[in-house]
Design a protein around this ligand. Structure first.
Ligand code: SF4
Length: 265
């Protein structure tokens, strides 16, 4: 039986960074990773939880606001279709994000099947950590795959994200053999994955599997406040950001290996 409801933490309309054109991004709950720099910690746990924010306590129930809302497929479809005109005029569409979208893969497939009946452009944001067959089924309905790569060293990957990288790299390699539009994203975190060795190894691996478009995503601290509201400690030891020169150095290193790298703020 396919779950036709899913927990959604946010639906962002008129987004311009998560795929081509003007898009609506749907954020689902659930992620098997625990990246220390995660800026959407409210999406990590699979079950619903609350934001401990006194200012948002309901005057009717006296309860804290829930992090996510249980929504049906039709509810989400109706909301995203409100901007159909923008999608058609801008080459945009709908992006499914998380958390990790593969946690809600069956729901995502059903939603994309419905959107494809209306010829809507589709994209996913993923870290590729999931069952490959399911991933493939979703990717077949996906025009643009935005794929995060975090670290080439498996031990370090585990230290910083709670899972090793073998499954992710294996799934990426399989997907790269047939999917025509994969855009790699490399969240650059100070002292974690920004050393020359890791940057070059990442670039060489991507070059080898012919994925040469890479968006480097500079670290930001926009999620810090959310940790406070969730009553969780912020896991990153440093809040330090890269300087312009340091970012340019990473871009140069990647370009030196033949990667079309660019900074995506
Ligand atoms: S994969 Fe994304 S949502 Fe999951 S913990 Fe990492 S940054 Fe957060």
């Amino acid at each position: 039986m396919i779950a036709m409801e899913a927990l959604v933490t946010a639906i962002e309309r008129c987004a311009t960074f998560d795929g081509p054109g003007i898009r609506t991004v749907v954020y689902f709950k659930g992620c098997p990773l625990r990246c220390k720099w995660c800026s959407n910690p409210e999406t990590q746990k699979i079950e619903n939880e609350v934001f401990y924010n006194e200012k948002e306590i309901s005057p009717i129930t006296g309860e804290y606001p829930k992090v996510a809302k249980l929504m049906t497929l039709n509810e989400i479809f109706d909301i995203v279709m409100k901007d159909e005109k923008f999608y058609r005029n801008s080459g945009g569409g709908v992006t499914l994000s998380g958390g990790e979208i593969l946690v809600n893969v069956e729901f995502a497939i059903k939603l994309f099947e419905k959107l494809k009946e209306e010829y809507i452009n589709t994209a996913i944001e993923t870290t590729g950590y999931g069952n490959y067959k399911e991933f493939e089924n979703l990717a077949k309905l996906t025009d643009t795959v935005l794929f995060d790569i975090k670290h080439m060293n498996s031990q370090k990957h585990k230290e910083y994200t709670a899972v090793s990288n073998e499954l992710i790299l294996e799934n990426l390699e399989k997907l790269s053999k047939w999917h025509k539009n994969i855009i790699m994203r490399f969240p650059l975190i100070k002292g974690v994955n920004d050393d020359d060795v890791n940057v070059e190894e990442t670039a060489k691996f991507l070059k080898k599997i012919n994925l040469i478009d890479v968006d480097v995503l500079p670290y930001h601290t926009m999620g810090v406040e959310k940790y406070r509201k969730l009553r969780r400690p912020y896991p990153m030891k440093t809040l330090e950001k890269h300087t312009k020169e340091e970012l340019e150095h990473v871009i140069e290193l990647m370009r030196g290996v033949g990667i079309r790298a660019r900074i995506n703020n």
